[in-house]
Design a protein around this ligand. Structure first.
Ligand SMILES: Cc1cc2nc3c(=O)[nH]c(=O)nc-3n(C[C@H](O)[C@H](O)[C@H](O)COP(=O)(O)OP(=O)(O)OC[C@H]3O[C@@H](n4cnc5c(N)ncnc54)[C@H](O)[C@@H]3O)c2cc1C
Length: 427
């Protein structure tokens, strides 16, 4: 009988393994509350109508992967000695209270990712929008168009229009900046035509607690990004401390009440609840992550030299002891590739393989107006800005999506957008 491989999570890491594993060698089961995997770098573009939502995700179930089992459930605990996972069916409208069940494994891959960190800021859970899945991207688009319609009503006062059409993005990292960039592009083009006299009143602010936006880049590049955003009339508020968020406004320590129609929370990661339940070694500072050895094997809680048999962890929820890497899709996919190579090889014993080695890729961010920044991997070069960075970023959008049909559709939609404009109002 083929060994049972259980994969926890259908995100960048879990989905890649499910897609590339040899299904004749393993009896594979993916357990996740989501039956799709989001191509997260494409979410902001999908929210702003650069292409259709379905191109920013892929389904775990597919004709080409019919041997892979999928269970729509959350893993709530793992019995490492008994080699089984406790699973709780995950349905929003579970009136039947579907019973929990156990799932046994020979090999286990733990990849549940992270959840957004609100840093305990009151009102964020209730009133902010997150950007983690296609459903979030759809919500952003729906709210945006509702705000524009409200602002278009004859009895909406100019003061109210100003607040309704103030969009706030919290987080000056690549995710927040790309969201801002796509929104600003939309405001400068399609919204001007669709909402004459209203679209041009849309304003965007970025708030970050840090002294700079895009702080992962060199000073010259983040200063360039800041200048370009300000030039495009985007308000960049660094060193901004958000104290609470309400339905139509938020409060900062520095400026008090600020009215807004939508606040997108794009900052920080927090561990998923499952991590609290696991008897494994975890990072002690910052984001709580499962610690693995250099072959991605999970280390026991009490003895740093002992490994849990047949258990691997990767993606945002895990880190290599002594060789920390950022929480990015790039890292998740490189680790997933490494594990697939081990699992599909003649010897699936990780000890027989060389340790995982991360290959640093170029950091690229879009800042709007067909402009972007690229960090150089070479210390002597200060990086690139402008149209070449935008083209590099657009190019990487195609490669993030691994589905050939979707890639073709993305390129085709760009071509149609260039000729006819975005189809955003019709979706
Ligand atoms: C908007 C946005 C843009 C981004 N852009 C980039 C980019 O340009 N480049 C880059 O490198 N990175 C980017 N990232 C980061 C990247 O998305 C993450 O690093 C990546 O998703 C991590 O992959 P993962 O598989 O660990 O987790 P995820 O992709 O988050 O997947 C985790 C999966 O586990 C499931 N899960 C959670 N808990 C459980 C449980 N208890 N039981 C079972 N399943 C569970 C979740 O539902 C989900 O399916 C971006 C992130 C966001 C949000």
């Amino acid at each position: 009988m083929a060994p049972k491989l259980v994969i926890i999570g259908s995100g960048w890491a879990g989905f890649y393994i499910a897609e590339k594993i040899d299904p004749h060698k393993y009896d594979v089961t993916v357990v996740s509350p989501r039956r799709t995997s989001a191509y997260t770098p494409l979410l902001a573009s999908a929210a702003c109508g650069v292409f259709n939502f379905y191109l920013a995700e892929d389904s775990v179930r597919s004709k080409s992967r019919k041997q892979i089992h999928f269970l729509k459930a959350n893993v709530t605990g793992i019995d490492f000695d008994g080699k089984k996972c406790r699973c709780e069916p995950a349905f929003d409208d579970d009136d039947e209270h579907l019973p929990v069940f156990d799932l046994s494994y020979d090999l286990l891959v733990i990849a549940p990712g992270c959840i957004p960190n609100t840093f305990g800021t009151p009102g964020v859970e209730e009133h902010a929008v997150f950007m983690k899945n296609v459903s979030d991207a759809m919500k952003v688009r729906k709210i945006l168009f509702d705000l524009l319609e409200k602002a278009s009503l004859p009895n909406t006062s100019p003061e109210r229009v100003k607040e309704l059409l103030h969009i706030v993005v919290v987080g000056g990292g690549p995710t927040g900046i790309e969201m801002t960039a796509e929104l600003d592009d939309l405001a400068h083009k399609e919204l001007q035509d669709l909402y004459p006299g209203v679209g041009d009143k849309l304003s965007i602010s970025i708030h970050d607690i840090a002294p700079n936006i895009l702080s992962a880049y060199d000073k010259k590049l983040y200063e360039y990004a800041n200048t370009q955003l300000v030039r495009r009339h985007i308000e960049v508020k660094t060193n901004s401390h958000i104290e609470r968020v309400e339905k139509d406004c938020f409060y900062t320590k520095e400026d008090g009440r600020i009215g807004c129609g939508m606040l997108v929370w794009a900052t920080g990661n927090k561990n998923v609840p499952l991590l609290e339940e696991l008897n494994v070694r975890k990072t002690q500072k910052g984001l709580k992550r499962i610690l693995t050895d250099s072959r991605l094997r999970v280390v026991k809680a009490k003895d740093e030299n002992a490994l849990h048999d047949g258990v691997f962890a990767l993606g945002d929820a895990a880190d290599i002891d002594g060789a920390s890497l950022p929480t990015t899709a790039e890292v998740a996919v490189q680790k997933a590739k490494y594990l697939v190579e081990i699992f599909n090889s003649m010897s699936s014993d990780a000890a027989a393989h060389s340790p995982f080695k991360y290959e640093q890729k170029q950091l690229v961010s879009y800042i709007g107006g067909r402009d972007g920044v690229i960090a150089s991997k070479d210390n002597d070069h200060e990086g690139w800005t402008g149209r070449s960075a935008w083209l590099a970023w657009r190019g990487s959008n195609v490669t993030w999506n691994r589905n050939l049909r979707s890639r073709v559709m993305i390129v085709f939609t760009w071509a149609l957008n260039a000729i006819f404009g975005k189809e955003i109002a019709k979706i």
